[in-house]
Design a protein around this ligand. Sequence first.
Ligand code: AMP
Ligand code: MG
Length: 396
Amino acid sequence: MSELITIDEARRRVLDSVTRLGDEPVALSDALGRVLAEDVTSGIPVPPFDSSAMDGFAVQSGPAAERDLVGEARAGHPFAGAVSSGSAVRISTGAVVPEGADAVIPVERTTTAAEDRVSVPDSRPGQNIRRAGEDIPRGAVVLLAGTPLGPAELGVAASVGRAELRCGQRPRVAVLVTGDELTEPGAALGPGAIYSSNAYSLGAQIERSGAALIARTAIPDDPGETRAKLAQALEGANVVIVSGGVSVGPHDHVKPALLELGVEERFWGVRLRPGKPTWFGTRGGTLAFGLPGNPVSAMVTFQLFVRPALAALQGGRSEARRAVARLNAALPRNPQREQAIRVRLVQSDNGLTAEPTKGAQGSHVLTSMLEADGLALIAAGDGEAAAGERVEVELL
Ligand code: AMP
Ligand code: MG
């Protein structure tokens, strides 16, 4: 590790290495979490017609009067005739406002005088009517390329009639976990063994990023096997993520294997805690990350360096959402390295407060990620970050 670089510099080097993948049509039902690759324009107004906002009676607005009940308009079943000054049409929410009518009187404000007579109070034009195009005018751009598709985006796409959207292709991502001590959950633990949590936390982070997890492979601490498994992963994936085995111990075989396989180093070592021993390289368009094995470090470095790459590969925005919050208590600074402290965000009397998650914050204490809303980024320096100080929080 020659010279550590900053988080920002490391991110810049990652993003400089990204070439956006192509795009493809995706059925709306499969598009959750994908990145939109087109601007979506509405070919229709939404709602498509003037409709009733209430169950009641459609009338020509005017003073209170008794009207002849001449028919019914139900959702999906318009009334065929027209409403005159002396008549009314029973109408349900979402039904087309009949020709001639310009107001809807809610049913609870009317009295039925006889079976075909209804007594209505004063009304104003437009009362309880949803205008055509009130939500979306015809021709409006409702979603922009680069938008991540969540429930609201999918609902809006459906509301303008789109069955399919062009989305960025999903990066194919292989996760390889290294270490003789690693055991699959479900199997019995032998002496000196631990369960491999990184395979699952990283796998889930990948899927949350809209990418496709194509392999979850365990590699023993053996140079030959490390090279063989990495070679295989580099063939089929856009992004290869290795956890552990990247340091400088005699049983750390990842870096030499990647270099032998033609992956060029882009950085090694970040001025970050936890997450200093992070390696990044490229081979052609393929990205390779060597993340620290410690479970918190692996998740933090994924969030800070891999997630932006997966977003950019899909044509999405690489910046994570951030919030500014006040520390609830003083935190010692690290003299050399920026710290990523796992925090909960709590609304308090002095605004948004960042509270470190319960328990220790060591890089091996994976439970410190539980309930974390984000990573508070604490600049390097002497002394402490004071209670009440405003810090930036990268939201998870
Ligand atoms: P390493 O980077 O290989 O030196 O590993 C650093 C620490 O992380 C060691 O305590 C490892 O046992 C642990 N570790 C490595 N890989 C995993 C994994 N997949 N799941 C949980 N802990 C791991
Ligand atoms: Mg190891």
